[in-house]
Design a protein around this ligand. Structure first.
Ligand code: ADP
Ligand code: MG
Length: 564
């Protein structure tokens, strides 16, 4: 936080009162930098990460700049998604709560345009909308920008990535000349700078320096884990750290769905949020998450961008982000505004380089936590077992079972021994499972990290070592293949457990059909409906070509390059 106060910014009493009500005691750095410039009427281009308080940075000047005696639209805020439009609109409403006769409206696709039209007719001064829908209203004449004074692009880079450039430009062209423009973007790629050049007038550039990126209120942790163990680790992390509300990030929509399905099957309240869902489905998911009926939101980066939910106690990078910047966006969802949060990143042995990049970029240390030991996991299970028994004892009807056990008692066994025997039987099964679940240290990569510490930054091993290690590698059960060095491609097959396929089916089919030696087939991860197989990148195309025309266990397959 900065040293300046909201009072020193010379804000109206209505705004100051609202800020107090909202619990904002001091401007965030981006607010301290942007608000004075905006109050002077200057154009601003701001670069800041998620969670830095951008909404109020433009919302406060909006509140101060609107003429309430005029019922025409005076400010327009463009956001990339419906969720963000709704969220920004809600934040603005809070900021404007003591400005009477000031109305805002969110307009977005997926909601009836007539309903929005009726609301517009009542007179609103601030519109928060997605570019497509705003453009739609402009074309119909239901939104007029003749009196517009301020135009905000929120998450501008994201809007361009989503293909809204044409709509945005059309809207900017529609707006009167010389209005105040405010562009906020997490990154500053060329197209943003082009928009600035074309539509902004001598803009002031405000930026959060990289050193301010990492939020000290977030405890950043990582685990080194085999990919096959991630799901088990996730469940253990949730238990060990007593997590309540969490955001879990995957890199692909498919992974989101698959993980959500597995979590639900394990009895956890998980929901997936990604771009393939309809607006209605997305709304329902967010409602469940906000309302606490689903405590795990499994999301892709795009779907979760900018979303602010209070009380998220952990962000879990189930997949390490592809881009370092995404890491900051992701973990910014927890530890917001004065609360503390945790982030957990699951790092596969091949992804250590990415983690290093993240640390370099954020100038933060991500603390390595050792995988919980078999004993810790076992203790946890035993505690849970006792808890379950307590539940049954307290809440359930046991009569039929009591009479069953009486038989044993008449044979001379006492109840303590019977109970112990039952416990043994139940736990043995469970603990057998836990043993399998015991997280293996990702060993193949250990040497690499030591080399890395001696200053060699390359993720890849020198050529000579590759074949040597390849030969030593064996198929160590549990669906694991050889440990591959060099460039690895991950293939996606549309067959999984439901099709009753095993790792050896894939191994056999791939080696048999393509002539690839077994040692060149890496990890084989089988999920319910699909499977990932690692192969050397140089062989990927050939394998896809050949396998697409073959069958595995009598079933035709669809093979493609996986997204990560
Ligand atoms: P961004 O758009 O940069 O991702 P938001 O505007 O969504 O960030 O703000 C993130 C969170 O921080 C919100 O919950 C918001 O209410 C809160 N917040 C913003 N500014 C302040 C402030 N000055 N003091 C306390 N909390 C703030
Ligand atoms: Mg925002």
């Amino acid at each position: 936080m900065s040293n300046i106060t909201f009072e020193e910014l010379g804000l109206s009493s209505a705004t100051l009162k609202a800020l107090t009500e909202m619990g904002f005691t001091q401007p965030s750095p981006i607010q301290a930098q942007a608000i004075p410039e905006l109050l002077l009427g200057k154009d601003v281009i701001g670069q800041a990460q998620t969670g830095t308080g951008k909404t109020a940075a433009f919302g406060i000047p909006l509140a101060e700049g609107i003429d309430v005696s005029n019922k025409a639209i005076q400010a327009l805020v463009l956001c990339p998604t419906r969720e963000l439009a709704v969220q920004v609109n809600n934040e603005l409403k809070k900021l404007l709560q003591f400005h009477t006769k000031l109305n805002t409206l969110a307009v977005y696709g997926g909601e009836s345009i007539d309903k929005q039209f009726r609301a517009l007719k009542r007179g609103v001064q601030i519109i928060v909308g997605t570019p497509g829908r705003v453009q739609d209203h402009l074309n119909r004449g239901t939104i007029q920008l003749d009196n517009l004074k301020m135009l905000v692009l929120d998450e501008a880079d994201e809007m361009l990535d989503m293909g809204f450039r044409e709509d945005i430009e059309a809207i900017l062209e529609h707006a009167p000349r010389g209005i105040q423009t405010i562009f906020f973007s997490a990154t500053m790629p060329k197209p943003i700078l082009e928009l600035t050049k074309k539509y902004q007038n001598d803009p002031v550039f405000v930026k959060m320096e990289a050193k301010e990126l990492t939020m000290p209120s977030i405890e950043q942790i990582y685990y080194e884990v085999n990919r096959n163990d991630k799901f088990d680790l996730l469940q253990i992390v949730i238990e060990l750290h007593q997590l309540n509300l969490m955001l879990v990030f995957c890199n692909t929509k498919r992974m989101c769905d698959e993980l959500t399905e597995k979590l639900q099957a394990a009895g956890l309240g998980a929901e997936a949020l990604h771009g393939d869902l309809s607006q209605m489905q997305r709304d329902r998911v967010m409602q469940k998450f906000r309302g606490g009926t689903a405590n795990i939101l499994v999301a892709t980066d795009v779907a979760a961008r900018g979303i602010d939910v209070k009380g998220v106690d952990a962000v879990i990078n189930y997949d390490i982000p592809q881009e370092t910047e995404q890491y900051v966006h992701r973990i910014g969802r927890t530890g917001r505004a004065g609360t503390t949060g945790k982030s957990f990143t699951f790092v596969d042995k091949r992804e250590r380089g990415k983690l290093k990049d993240i640390e370099r970029y954020t100038k933060a240390t991500v603390a390595k936590h050792e995988l919980p030991s078999g004993k810790e996991i076992m203790d946890l299970q035993r505690q849970k077992f006792l808890e379950e028994i307590r539940q049954v004892l307290d809440n359930e009807k046991l009569d039929p079972y009591t009479s069953l056990l009486e038989t044993l008692e008449t044979e001379g066994y006492d109840y303590a021994s019977i109970a112990a025997a039952l416990t043994k039987k139940v736990l043995a099964k469970n603990e057998g499972r836990m043993k399998n679940l015991q997280l293996e240290k990702p060993s193949a990569g250990r040497q690499r990290s030591e080399r890395g510490e001696r200053g060699e930054r390359s993720e890849r091993s020198p050529r000579g070592e590759r074949s040597e290690r390849g030969e030593r590698a064996s198929f160590a059960g549990k669906g694991k293949g050889a440990s591959l060095d060099g460039d690895v491609a991950r293939l996606f097959f549309n067959l999984g457990k439901k099709a009753k396929v095993s790792p050896s089916d894939f191994l056999g089919a791939i080696t048999g059909e393509t002539g690839l030696p077994g040692k060149k087939v890496g990890d084989i991860d089988i999920y319910d409906k699909f499977t990932f197989v690692d192969v050397p990148a140089e062989d990927a195309e050939k394998i896809i070509r050949i396998m697409s025309r073959r069958k595995i266990k009598g079933k035709s397959v669809n093979v493609e390059l996986a997204a990560n």
